[in-house]
Design a protein around this ligand. Structure first.
Ligand code: MN
Length: 230
């Protein structure tokens, strides 16, 4: 049967240094995964259980694309994050299954309508409209895992108009990448094409039209963009 309309091409991300693309299926995000960030937003630190929210693959904004300031917010925050790209199916995984399960890593920004999120938090409502909108998942090119063996000891940095605004260590995550994979694979079968945004360190702040953002994670390709008018 013929489709009644055509749908856009599967979103994808370039692979660093290769003539390849990584097709994107789903985007999972980890909340409150750095102590100082949980505290700066007035949240408790929970070491018992990670929690997740999701972004649509259509919210993806690739490298070399600027962000158009989204509607319905006056407080659009940046959250610099390490992005993990799944390379092998994981379901109810145990430690032995994790080998070669990560295709690669990328620099990411979990853009957040903080004003909407604060209201939703207070009212016990879902975060979707605060987290999942066009351009809210900004992800740089994916570098294959074997190119970055020291990723777990890397720093992540966010420069806002050339000022260092966020800095953190991947080793300071409350739940490590391995722990996230083991836990998340209990809830869903992770498959190649799935991305995980692993949480942000302290220093989140609002951006405005005209701002320039640079994300740096050691070993990965920088992510650079501007915020454009609505
Ligand atoms: Mn985040």
């Amino acid at each position: 049967m013929k489709p009644v309309f055509s749908i856009p091409q599967t979103p994808f991300i370039k692979v660093t240094g290769k003539d390849c693309i990584y097709p994107v299926k789903r985007i999972f995000c980890v909340g409150r995964n750095y102590v100082e960030h949980a505290l700066e937003l007035g949240n408790e630190v929970d070491r018992k259980q990670p929690f997740y929210f999701t972004k649509s693959s259509s919210s993806l904004l690739g490298p070399e694309t600027d962000l158009i300031y989204p509607p319905m917010t006056d407080s659009l925050h940046h959250e610099v994050e390490l992005v993990v790209a799944i390379g092998k199916s994981l379901h109810n995984a145990n430690k032995g299954d994790l080998e070669k399960s990560i295709y690669g890593y990328a620099c990411g920004l979990d853009m957040t309508r903080r004003d909407l999120q604060n209201v939703a938090k207070k009212q016990g409502k879902p975060w979707d409209m605060a987290k999942d909108f066009d351009g809210s998942a900004i992800i740089g090119s994916i570098t294959e895992s074997e190119q970055v063996p020291a990723i777990q000891s890397a720093n992540l940095k966010l420069f806002l108009n050339d000022q260092l605004q966020q800095i953190g260590k991947i080793s300071d995550m409350i739940y490590s990448v391995d722990e996230i994979l083991l836990d998340l694979s209990k809830y869903t079968k992770l498959v190649p094409g799935d991305l995980i945004m692993t949480g942000t360190p302290a220093g989140v702040s609002p951006v405005k039209v005209g701002d320039r953002l640079i994300v740096q994670i050691e070993g990965l390709k920088d992510l650079t963009l501007k915020v454009l008018e609505k």
